[in-house]
Design a protein around this ligand. Structure first.
Ligand SMILES: [Zn+2]
Length: 158
């Protein structure tokens, strides 16, 4: 069985800035109002016959969102970004462009890119691991759709 959580209605949202280095239109810093849909598949179990408690999934997803909210998302494993400093202030370059941004304004992510595709993978992996940690729930799959606003998103199944 599968439970389904709609990110708009359940308030699993964050607003953040990012860029897709070297992309013709998305290479400049720009923002999205993201929302995150989450599906969790597994066996019903426990006293209440839940797949997993909705609240648990929402709390974990909101924790991830909170770390990204009102930040510039930076993919630390990018092939295009050359980092010079990632301490108090983040200094990096992308081709000819030089950047210097306070570290507190950034969320550093262990990703190659902050595309919706990579963000969906990031959420799904984190949620899958958290939901299976110290839990009796029998979860077989976590599916996440990271939406860059209404009408376009990337879906990943872990
Ligand atoms: Zn974008």
């Amino acid at each position: 069985m599968k439970i389904v959580i709609n990110g708009i209605h359940a308030n699993l949202r964050f607003s953040a800035a990012h860029m897709i280095p070297c992309h013709q239109f998305c290479g400049g810093i720009h923002g999205h109002s993201y929302h995150v849909d989450v599906h969790v598949e597994g066996e019903r179990s426990g006293e209440f016959g839940f797949v997993v408690d909705f609240k648990k999934v929402k709390d974990l997803t909101r924790d991830i969102c909170k770390n990204l909210d009102h930040k510039l998302l930076i993919p630390l494993n990018s092939n295009e970004i050359e980092f010079k400093n990632i301490e108090d202030s983040l200094e990096f370059s992308i081709g000819e462009k030089e950047y210097k941004i306070p570290a507190e304004d950034c969320s550093l992510l262990p990703l190659r890119s902050t595309s919706a595709e990579d963000m969906a993978e990031y959420f799904a992996e984190k949620l899958y691991n958290s939901l299976n940690e110290e839990s009796d729930d029998k979860i077989t799959s976590v599916q996440v759709c990271v939406n860059e606003g209404i009408g376009q998103g990337a879906y990943f199944e872990r």
